[in-house]
Design a protein around this ligand. Structure first.
Ligand code: EZ4
Ligand code: CO
Length: 402
């Protein structure tokens, strides 16, 4: 089965998505997500100028060989642009292989290891009152695990506070929105938020929190310690992870479980954190970390150290990524949890999919392949709308981590 054609589809049904569609001489096609939020066009150019020309005529069944060809063949290894482009090819080829075998991708990987994929939803609000109400609504919807983010008194632009709680989308400006950050106000506030959430909602629901790279290692240790009474499922991205040794300091001070990795794109980014058991959950996902082929290597490494998966699943990851991730999650032995932010109804229409939510779990469905397609006619009605992620500064003007 030869690859005869491949093209990139850019669409903006509420937010921008980049999708690679690969066609074969047997009439089967597959799709893969290539969306890199705020940097979409870089991946489009990478695919169109450098990847698609070498795909034409290649054997579509040779997923591993094509992965190695694109990875080694670039000479310039790793990086989010390269690895998102490779991921799109890889996902589309797994989709095609599933269709050729008439099996859902989780069957090709080794079959289901569980009945459903535990997901966490995003509850957020401008203050504690709004946030606790939002958590209550997610519990009513059936969620067993909920990420809680709240506006912080005195902080203009705390991370994760949406406009309306269902479809939070941070990439909101043609030029980056400037937000302000105040670490001491946040460190003072966060334990109050979780104290209130436990008092209002009890101990059964799993609560998660994303620090979004804002703290230094010792501040992260202090936050983790102060949140211990509220038994978080995890504290995410508590400090930037370029310097992975920094997590030793965090670990020395807290037993709050740690999750890192949504901005990682290769097993080499994860290796030190995993091998030194400095994290509990690895958050790499299909689209930004080289596809299913690479993600399973990361998961295998993690399994040696009892680190479990907790893949990124924000709205900027398209339904094509979500579908592929759910097949992976249903199979992977050391699964932990999957992030799940609902897409807008317009996005769901552009990407018809077989995955479904029930009682706090997602199931990828049993359609052959990844179970997600793209309606190209509908996609063409939503032209690309350039948007960038915000930036953050401290109150004295110093650039900080958004
Ligand atoms: O800010 O995906 O855990 N989820 C997150 C996300 C990221 C966005 C960036 O594009 O941190 O909401
Ligand atoms: Co995050």
């Amino acid at each position: 089965m030869k690859i005869t054609n491949a093209r990139v589809i850019v669409t903006c049904p509420g937010r921008n998505f980049v999708t690679l569609k690969i066609e074969t001489d047997e009439g089967l096609h597959g799709i893969g997500d290539a969306t890199l939020n705020g940097r979409e066009k870089a991946v489009v150019a990478y695919l169109e100028d450098h990847v698609i020309p070498v795909l034409i005529g290649k054997e579509a069944n040779r997923i591993e060989d094509i992965w190695q060809y694109l990875y080694r063949g670039a000479y310039w290894r790793r990086g989010p642009v390269t690895m998102s482009a490779i991921a799109a090819v890889d996902t589309a080829l797994w989709d095609i292989k599933g269709k050729a075998a008439n099996m859902p991708v989780y069957e090709l990987l080794g079959g289901a290891s569980r009945e459903g994929v535990l997901v966490y939803g995003h509850a957020n609000g401008a203050d504690i009152e709004e946030t606790t109400d939002a958590v209550g609504r997610y519990i009513e919807l059936g969620y067993k695990a909920i990420r809680a983010q709240s506006g912080v008194p005195g902080v203009k632009g705390a991370y994760g506070v949406g406009r309306g709680d269902l479809y939070y989308e941070p990439a909101d400006g043609t030029l980056p929105t400037e937000t302000l950050w105040n670490t001491s106000a946040y460190l003072n506030f966060a334990p109050q938020l979780f104290d209130r959430l436990r008092r209002d909602h009890g101990n059964e629901v799993e609560l998660l929190h994303d620090v979004h790279h804002r703290l230094t290692p010792i501040e992260a240790g202090r936050l983790g310690k102060s949140l211990e009474p509220y038994r978080l499922f995890w504290m995410e991205d508590c400090t930037p992870a370029e310097n992975q040794e920094a997590f030793k300091l965090v670990r020395q001070h807290t037993v709050t479980p740690l999750a890192v990795g949504e901005i990682f794109n290769s097993i080499h980014d994860c290796r030190e954190l995993i091998q030194n058991q400095l994290i509990d959950y690895i958050r790499t996902t299909v689209v930004h970390a080289g596809g299913i082929t690479h993600l399973r290597q990361i998961a295998a490494l993690a399994s040696l150290y009892q680190v479990r998966t907790g893949s990124h699943g924000a709205t900027d990851l398209s339904p094509a990524c979500m579908g592929a991730a759910l097949h992976f999650d249903l199979w992977v032995p050391n699964f932990g949890i999957q992030e799940y932010m609902r897409h807008t109804p317009e996005t769901d229409e552009v990407f018809p999919h077989s995955y479904s939510f029930k009682d706090g779990y997602l199931h990828p469905g049993t359609s052959p392949g990844i179970g997600v397609d793209i309606d190209e006619t509908l996609a063409a009605k939503y032209p690309y709308d350039p948007k960038q992620l915000p930036v953050a500064r401290l109150e004295d003007g110093t650039m900080w981590n958004w």
